[in-house]
Design a binder for this molecule. Sequence first.
Ligand SMILES: [Zn+2]
Length: 220
Amino acid sequence: MPSGKTHDRITAWGLPMVAAATFGAFRDPAITLALTGGFAAGGFFLSPDLDIHSVPYKRWGPLRWIWLPYRKMFRHRSPWTHGVLIGTTVRVAYFMVWVAAAVAVAGAVAALLAGGGGDGAGQEAIATVITMAQWLWRQPLLWGVAAGLELGALSHVTADFLFSKVRRRKAKTKKKPAKRRGRRSQWSYYGNYKPALRSKKRYRRRPKPRSKVPKRRRYF
Ligand SMILES: [Zn+2]
């Protein structure tokens, strides 16, 4: 798979293209901003590679630990992180759980500070989360941002796919000389038994060079 730097570069180069295409299609600066912002966030922050210790993971800085359970939950490049639509959906849902938790705590603390008891704090926490969810749902550009996030993830997954394809092709061409050398892997038909197919000559060592003095200097 490409390195984090390559993925960043792809996102950075994709940004103007996404912006131009969105503006060309909708002629609306707000939608363009939402979609392009989503694309940047999807590439730089909500990247599929949050499932390993990666550049986007480190980019979260002091908050990076919120992605540790995510890393534990999913194998690298599993369909739950790198799948089309599924990856972004799972990541956004996972992130929203943390946001909801933070909002709930803030609501509870506010209620406690205002002088309510323990019960009031719990109710306030739930109420703040519901208010936040309703506010978020009412945002007119929500789907623009969501489309941008998915597009950012899609560019990542496409790059992953293309790079691994190239690598597989390289590995195929590299295998040939290994075969000619007559090495048999232990998974071959013969197992660990090596049939004597070749003469012993081939296995004889080369004679050692007599002196370490380079040839052309020997005659001086
Ligand atoms: Zn990846």
